[in-house]
Design a binder for this molecule. Structure first.
Ligand SMILES: [Cu+2]
Length: 178
């Protein structure tokens, strides 16, 4: 009896944790709790990786793991079109910008909904990034599903309009519901 009570207590507390916790999005009632973009290199480049997007309340948590970059900082954005068909990925069009804002830093002031923190590649060309997006959703007017993700050759200066002057597109992927 004592053992059964202990077990019951534990499962109850786990359930309680899950109701309030961010990691239980599959139970939250969102129809599309997670999406992913597999990034492949554009012509003449080697960068590839995976970016996940997880819906948590009014935010979308972004996690990226990328390899094959040149060391240093790289502009990283959600682009309007989920079309990586062009060898240089210009088919993905410009930054996703449903609100008509200027390009800017994702954490400060006005910016495109698709503006993200830069990827910082180490000496081996590997980069990891974790951040939150607040100006986007999974669907609707601000929806990112079906749009493109681009990694650029150069750093994003977060000033030059409308691109951040981050240069050529070295990898491209399409955001798809998992
Ligand atoms: Cu871009």
């Amino acid at each position: 009896m004592k053992l059964a009570a202990a077990k019951f207590g534990r499962s109850m507390s786990l359930a309680a944790l899950c109701i309030g916790a961010a990691g239980c999005s599959s139970m939250s009632g969102y129809s599309n709790p997670a999406a992913e973009a597999k990034l492949l290199p554009t012509k003449g480049n080697t960068a590839s990786g995976v970016v996940s997007f997880v819906h948590q309340g009014d935010r979308i948590i972004v996690n990226a793991t990328v390899a094959g970059l040149t060391p240093g900082a790289h502009g990283f954005h959600i682009h309007d079109k989920g079309d990586c068909s062009a060898p240089d990925a210009t088919s993905a069009a410009g930054h996703f910008n449903p609100s008509g804002h200027p390009h800017g830093h994702p954490q400060f002031g006005p910016h495109h909904a698709g503006d993200m923190d830069m990827l910082e590649a180490d000496a081996s060309g590997n980069a990891r990034l974790s951040m939150e997006l607040r100006a986007v959703a999974f669907d609707g007017e601000k929806g990112i599903v079906g749009r493109g993700v681009i990694i650029h050759a150069s750093p994003d200066d977060f000033k030059t309009q409308p691109t951040g002057n981050s240069g050529a597109r070295v990898a491209c992927g399409v955001i798809l519901v998992k």
